[in-house]
Unconditional design. Structure first.
Length: 234
């Protein structure tokens, strides 16, 4: 039933990936009975990502925000359709709002109460790369994620991905302008801070956004652009 709803709303299908996960014991108790996750990824446009050569472009900045809005809207539609079928759901937006109550808490650790990347790995869609990007099997890092939590078992859950498939590739590590990554491979026993300095990344992203875009945001995109996974020309 859940798959049918997702296939109906996520159109055209070549732009999306999705998977389901049992998150029992992996998420905060405040989510209560909503222990099943639906992870949805929306592909970013290749022409826009490929244009990133030395940092963020205005086109990438606007596209990034537009895809976030699209995913939030799509997740809202899915929530409504699930509700009609008697399934309660919570939408976890693609990105945190600056004015939200959770923003100050986020700044203290640069982590969320629920990680889209964690849900996506549990839903079998991919793994975490060396610069802490989510790397999907189909799109590489060229996507944005949104999550729904439900109180209804989806009928089947995907096989989780427990370790990195990046191997010896270190292109993103070498090209990172913040030099924020150590090159260590991720697995489910490894905390992000062991292989990636999110604070260095955030600081450099803010610097690049001010210098190249004239905006007070944190955005770069270089590691997304250089990753060979998901590139049509690889």
């Amino acid at each position: 039933m859940i798959d049918t709803i997702l296939e109906k709303i996520l159109s055209p299908p070549e732009r999306y990936i999705f998977g389901t996960a049992d998150l029992t014991g992996l998420i905060d108790e405040r989510f209560g009975r909503h222990r099943f996750g639906i992870s949805i990824g929306r592909r970013l446009e290749d022409s826009i990502v490929d244009s990133i050569q030395r940092g963020p472009t205005l086109e990438y900045y606007h596209h990034y925000n537009q895809i976030n809005r699209e995913l939030a809207s799509v997740a809202g539609e899915i929530k409504e359709e699930l509700h009609k079928k008697g399934v309660d759901a919570i939408v976890i937006p693609p990105t945190i709002n600056l004015g939200s109550r959770d923003y100050a808490k986020y700044l203290s650790t640069l982590t969320y109460d629920l990680s889209h990347k964690m849900v996506a790995t549990r839903a079998g869609l991919g793994w975490i790369g060396k610069t802490a990007l989510f790397i999907s099997k189909e799109f590489g890092p060229r996507l944005r994620l949104v999550t729904l939590l439900t109180d209804h078992e989806p009928g089947h859950v995907s096989v989780p991905v427990n370790e990195s498939h990046c191997g010896k590739c270190s292109i993103c590590v070498e090209r990172c302008p913040a030099q924020a990554a150590t090159g260590q491979l991720w697995d489910i026993r490894t905390h992000r801070d062991a292989f990636f300095n999110a604070y260095k990344c955030r600081e450099k992203c803010g610097e690049l956004a001010r210098q190249q875009l004239g905006v007070e945001e944190r955005i770069c995109g270089l590691c997304v652009a250089v990753c060979p996974i998901g590139k049509k020309s690889r």
